[in-house]
Write a new protein. Structure first.
Length: 429
């Protein structure tokens, strides 16, 4: 097939044309734990990384491999790794570079589960998350020291929805020698962070990539565009002998394979040892979802703009949070980094605070009251009492959550039906 850079083509053809054994056009589900080695030399070569291939589904799987290749092609990266959830993808992204005593600098504009992971769980492991306000990219430079291993951010942070200054922070990082990791969960297709200088992109595939609310998964893409050797002292996990894999130095070991030291170590160390593997069936589900991803994103974005416009004119709504309603620097960043739409997430604040938020949610009929985002169907939640309830009031405010804040994930239903449901629920709030 002729090479293409168009997402509509990549999501249908990337990484798979037909099954070599059966000719199957659909990607087969390889529901197997293990793989027959040709002989003892073949097995030895695989375990020594002299040859890449299937060893055990905890580490790799042919169905999952197609998903990894497809998302990597969509992002313009070098290699990908699928894992059991978006949360495990985030965890692996940090643990692949950080050990006890290290730190990383992260945007304050984060999903609540990520904030808790960084502020508490990783802290208990001896890894410090330094939270900074991304409205000033220089805050990342100010928080960096010799033990800073990476920067972390969300493209379209949920729930604040201020697009992250990807290039500005990536440029600062590259000047110092610190890679930027970007969670692009809320903006597949409409943003490619690697094009703006990010070194690593990750997803909760549970959301838009799957699109149907059937499966949990995550995926990490190594951009292959960061020189891990240039400042070897900053990245000991990649530049010093690894005692858990025959003393391999990952930046050296991958040279015959390409610039994939980061993702290969994640696969053969973290995935091998922690075991957060994606099931082949879930990988198949995500492959199915990806086939319509560009079409769905177009519908999501179009509907969300109209919903934001409707909410902006409603008397019970005091504030609407959506890139299409922003101006100044936030709007400039949205226009610079998002292409083809502003995403499906819409936030708004009700004048009646927490009680009004509860009444609104309970009155919805078309929207589902669930914790997820990115389904084809429309979803709604009240973050202060659910997704961000583990955070204290100060932390909630830092992430953009107020008592009256409601988050919508606008689906692909007919926009008239979406707005009609919002209207009747607002009448009861």
């Amino acid at each position: 097939m002729t090479a293409s850079k168009n997402p509509e083509t990549l999501v249908l053809h990337g990484g798979h044309r037909h099954d070599a054994t059966t000719g199957s056009v659909a990607v087969p589900i390889y529901q197997t734990t293990s793989y027959q080695f040709r002989d003892t030399d073949h097995a030895e070569n695989l375990f020594a990384l002299r040859e890449l291939g299937n060893i055990y589904t905890r580490i790799m799987n042919p169905t999952t491999d197609v998903l990894e290749q497809r998302v990597t092609a969509l992002e313009g990266g070098a290699a990908g790794l699928a894992v059991a959830s978006g949360q495990s993808a985030t965890t692996f992204c940090i643990l692949n570079l950080c050990k006890a005593g290290d730190n990383f600098v992260t945007s304050t504009d984060l999903y609540g589960g990520t904030w808790n992971l960084f502020a508490n769980t990783l802290k208990d492991m001896g890894i410090e998350a330094r939270f900074v306000d991304p409205s000033d990219p220089e805050n990342f430079r100010r928080a960096t020291d010799d033990r800073t291993r990476c920067y972390y951010a969300e493209t379209l942070p949920n729930p604040k929805l201020n697009v992250f200054p990807i290039k500005e922070v990536a440029d600062i990082g590259r000047e110092i020698g610190v890679p930027l990791i970007v969670d692009n969960t809320s903006a597949p297709v409409i943003c490619r962070p690697l094009d703006h200088g990010a070194a690593v992109v990750m997803y909760s595939t549970t959301k838009f990539i799957g699109g149907h609310g059937t499966s949990i998964g995550g995926l990490v893409v190594d951009g292959g565009n960061f020189d891990w050797e240039a400042q070897g002292d900053r990245f000991p996990t990649l530049n010093q002998p690894d005692p858990s894999y025959h003393g391999a130095v990952w930046t050296e070991a991958v040279k015959p394979l390409g610039p994939i030291a980061y993702i290969l170590r994640m696969r053969v160390i973290l995935l091998r040892d922690v075991g957060a593997a994606m099931s082949p069936f879930n990988a198949f589900q995500f492959i199915q979802g990806m086939e319509t991803l560009p079409l769905r994103m177009r519908a999501h974005c179009d509907n969300a703009v109209q919903v934001a416009k409707f909410l902006s004119g409603h008397p019970k709504v005091t504030n609407v949070i959506h890139p299409s309603r922003q101006d100044g620097e936030p709007r400039r960043r949205a226009d610079a980094y998002l292409s083809g739409g502003y995403g499906s997430l819409v936030g708004f604040e009700l004048e009646g605070g927490k009680e009004a938020g509860r009444k609104f949610i309970d009155a919805l009929e078309l929207f589902y009251h669930v914790a997820n985002i990115g389904d084809a169907r429309s979803l709604a939640i009240h973050p202060a009492t659910t997704t961000h309830s583990q955070l204290d009031p100060e932390e909630q405010a830092a992430t953009g959550v107020s008592d009256g804040y409601v988050r919508l994930s606008v689906g692909i239903e007919h926009v008239d039906d979406i707005i009609a449901d919002l209207s009747q629920a607002l009448d009861k709030a």
